[in-house]
Design a protein around this ligand. Structure first.
Ligand code: ADP
Ligand code: MG
Length: 383
């Protein structure tokens, strides 16, 4: 149990502040973020908590229950630079660096002792990275009295992850973690960063989101993710648009003539996925969550067949959930492993979860980790 005692054991004094930020699941809109498109994530009721106390010097000293126990990593505010950071602590130090790079004057600020604990599974596609970044970003912004709004803090998180950590991610995760609300999703236009909170109304409809973590690891910073981004850039350039956001489903026949077959499939995923996000928002508003199942399934098929970022484990989780009565299901997150989500009736949850577990055992896959999530409030000060 991590609490103020653990902070005291590490730093020899009491914490003064506590901040938390959630991980996220993406309801729909995958790989659309870096194409200036639309996404519809929600913050989940799994959070990363930071206990903090101000220091009188310029040091940031940080430890995490996810790291080697007792291992405190430190960096002076005078030495902030990506080259001075590595490993998990770059997710913390990088925020201070990114704040400064984006204009905050930290020259007269003092440092902090920081103790981090999390219930967001790491590397499961639920953005433990945004959960750690966004809680820290909100804390630094408050405690250093920088006065930045949450949209700018999302940009700071992304800037840090891109440039201090070195992972080429979009703005979705940070936006969900900072802007999420209870039982609602965050509709985000990744070009303008305009957001709208869209009611999910799952609880009143007797629905839940079942997360099916395949426990197959993914590596964002490498390989597939970068290759997909490159394909999208290539497609946009060939089509003469700033980003694939500017291509509509009606433009696809022209795109098919211009692009090689693989690039076309990548483009088609992005273009149809953007449309599915818009449709999902409309359907949620007009008909409610029970009517979005087909859109979720179409999204999964598009990622499996056109974008080719699914895995056999994710496909099995999705197909098994659907066979056993899920309203809809799809992989979520960057792909190449991680988690799928299923929209399920509360009464059907156990049956579906058992069926997925049994299907994984029969296929000889590692046992999946299954749990339900609820849409939760974004980053906040806890005390
Ligand atoms: P995810 O899908 O979970 O966001 P990422 O690879 O983007 O996966 O981010 C995971 C990385 O974030 C971890 O390897 C670690 O470096 C860092 N991280 C996330 N949560 C924590 C935590 N609670 N404590 C320390 N580092 C963390
Ligand atoms: Mg991440």
């Amino acid at each position: 149990m991590t609490d103020t005692t653990s902070f005291a054991q590490t730093f020899g004094r009491e914490p003064e502040h506590r901040y938390s930020a959630p991980g996220r699941a993406n309801l729909i809109g995958e790989h659309t973020d870096y194409n200036d498109g639309y996404v519809l994530p929600f913050a989940i009721d799994r959070r990363t908590t930071s206990w903090i106390a101000a220091r009188s010097d310029r040091l940031l000293r940080v430890t995490s229950t996810a790291a080697t126990p007792g291992d405190v990593v430190e960096l002076s505010l005078d030495d902030l630079a990506p080259a001075a950071m590595n490993g998990w602590s770059a997710y913390v130090f990088g925020i201070a660096w990114a704040l400064r790079e984006r204009g905050a004057d930290l020259s007269d600020k003092s440092g902090f002792d920081i103790f981090i604990d999390s219930t967001v599974p790491v590397g499961a596609g639920l953005s433990s990275s945004a959960a750690i970044e966004c809680g820290i970003a909100l804390a630094f912004n408050d405690l250093w009295e920088l006065g930045l709004d949450r949209k700018e803090l999302a940009r700071v998180g992304q800037f840090s992850e891109n440039n201090a950590v070195g992972a080429p991610t979009g703005i979705m995760d940070q936006s969900a973690s900072l802007l999420g609300e209870e039982d609602a999703a965050v509709f985000l236009d990744c070009r303008t960063l305009d957001t709208a909170v869209v009611d999910l109304a799952l609880s009143t409809n007797n629905l839940e989101i079942l997360v099916m973590d395949t426990r197959v690891e993914h590596a964002h910073a490498t390989g597939g993710y970068a290759a997909r981004r490159a394909s999208c850039e290539r497609g946009a350039e060939a089509l003469g648009v700033p980003a694939l956001r500017d291509v509509g489903v009606n433009d696809l026949p022209r795109a098919e003539k211009l692009l090689d077959a693989e690039t076309f499939r990548r483009v088609r995923h992005i273009v149809t996925e953007n449309q599915r996000v818009l449709d999902t928002v409309d359907v949620l508003r007009e008909q409610g969550p029970r009517a979005i199942g087909d859109l979720l399934v179409a999204s999964h098929r598009s990622m499996r067949d056109d974008f080719e970022i699914s895995t056999p484990e994710l496909d099995l989780a999705v197909d098994t959930a659907l066979e056993h009565g899920a309203v809809g299901a799809r992989m979520t997150g960057g792909g190449f492993g991680g988690s799928a989500i299923a929209l399920v009736d509360r009464e059907a949850r156990t049956t579906i979860a058992n069926a997925v577990t049994a299907a994984f055992a029969a296929a000889g896959y590692a046992e999946p980790v299954l749990f339900t999530v609820h849409a939760a409030q974004g980053a906040r000060a806890e005390l």
